[in-house]
Design a protein around this ligand. Structure first.
Ligand code: TRP
Ligand code: SF4
Length: 346
């Protein structure tokens, strides 16, 4: 009895479980950092966090480029770690190394109709964006791509993830997961947990040109960019186009340089008032931003350098995280199979 009590009060058991992940398709930029990673870092003290490197999901639209996915597994892990994900607090794992996720995907696929998947707004939007992969009419959409919401439901439920911190674009996937869970529990008995999305503060980070920051638009500042790259990018960032001379008053709200000052510069109010008053030139303003950005990114970049120079440490974190995650996924999968009456000889 006493023994049970002591287990019950162990830290992690009291904490709710978080599950989230990213596709390893490229290095992470400020959009990922301010939009997602910073939020994850905050959450890791109050939740039992599992952060996935979703390589199987990345392959759904990169199946013809396995090297890209492979190379980015370590890159993204280093970005997670540099941003402040602490492997002592959080579990980082590789999706493809948890075969139970693939097993659950197969079981759940009976609970979802093809038309429901076609209607999923996230699938729809992404299919449109991938015309070159799937053609205009969507006829050539792959089974794997269409079914990735099912696989994402397996990611979440394999760990009994209760709280899913995601951006707005992911809400239809969480909703679809909730439907699968309800249907599963209805047919096979109470087994899975219905997750709730936790919307990250809607910080949409704009790129250097004013569009949404993204790799494909070539307008991003990466966490791993060198000082020279950051300098070049900021010097070329879009400012208020109406400001023609150094001492013209301008509108900081339409200036990308100002939008980054807001994120990284403690003296942002001065930037704003001087810009409006016309007593600040854009070149000097950009130089100040470069210095502030450098200062802000310093601890991230120092960690980045350390992990890059110590790939064995990164591998160990991934291996240990994946082993721990797998134990969790096995427990849930056993319960699932038992309730689906496919646990023979047990
Ligand atoms: N679909 C997510 C994205 O593209 C990544 C992801 C994979 C995920 N598995 C997940 C997010 C589970 C939340 C929960 O960003
Ligand atoms: Fe932007 Fe600074 Fe120029 Fe104002 S002074 S337009 S904030 S770069």
């Amino acid at each position: 009895m006493c023994y049970n009590l002591s287990i019950k009060f162990e830290g992690d058991i009291m904490k709710k479980r978080i599950l989230s992940g990213m596709r390893p398709t490229g290095r992470l930029h400020l959009g990922h950092y301010f939009g997602t990673l910073q939020n994850w870092v905050k959450l890791q003290d109050s939740y039992d966090c599992y952060f996935e490197i979703a390589d199987v999901q990345a392959l759904t639209d990169n199946y013809d480029n396995p090297e890209k996915v492979k190379n980015n597994v370590r890159e993204v892990t280093i970005d997670y770690l540099s941003a402040g994900i602490d492997p002592k607090k959080s579990t980082i794992f590789i999706q493809s190394m948890i075969p139970e996720i693939a097993e659950l995907t197969v079981f759940y696929s009976n609970l979802v109709t093809v038309s429901r998947l076609y209607r999923n707004p996230t699938v729809k939007t992404e299919a449109k964006q991938k015309k070159e992969l799937f053609g205009n009419d969507g006829e050539s959409i792959t089974y794997g791509f269409l079914g990735y919401p099912v696989s994402q439901a397996a990611d979440i439920t394999a760990f009994k993830g209760e709280v899913i911190p995601v951006g707005e674009d992911q809400l239809p996937l969480i909703e679809q997961c909730r439907e699968i869970v309800r249907k599963f529990n209805h047919i096979y008995g109470e087994t899975l947990i219905e997750p709730n999305a936790l919307l990250s503060e809607n910080k949409r980070i704009k790129g250097l040109d004013g569009n949404k920051m993204s790799k494909s638009l070539n307008n991003a500042i990466y966490l791993s960019d060198s000082k020279e790259e950051i300098t070049k990018k900021i010097m070329g960032a879009t400012t208020d186009p109406k400001k023609l001379r150094k001492d013209d008053p301008a509108d900081p709200e339409v200036c990308m340089v100002y939008s980054y000052h807001k994120l990284v510069n403690p003296n942002v109010e001065k930037v704003c008032s001087e810009c409006k008053e016309g007593c600040r030139g854009c070149v000097a303003c950009k130089k100040e931003l470069i210095a502030a950005m450098e200062e802000y990114l310093k601890p991230i970049q120092e960690k980045h350098k350390y992990y890059e120079e110590h790939p064995e440490v990164v591998d160990k974190i991934l291996q240990e995280g994946t082993a721990k995650a797998r134990e969790e996924a096995k427990k849930v999968t056993n319960e699932v199979k038992e309730n689906m009456l496919i646990n023979y000889f047990n």
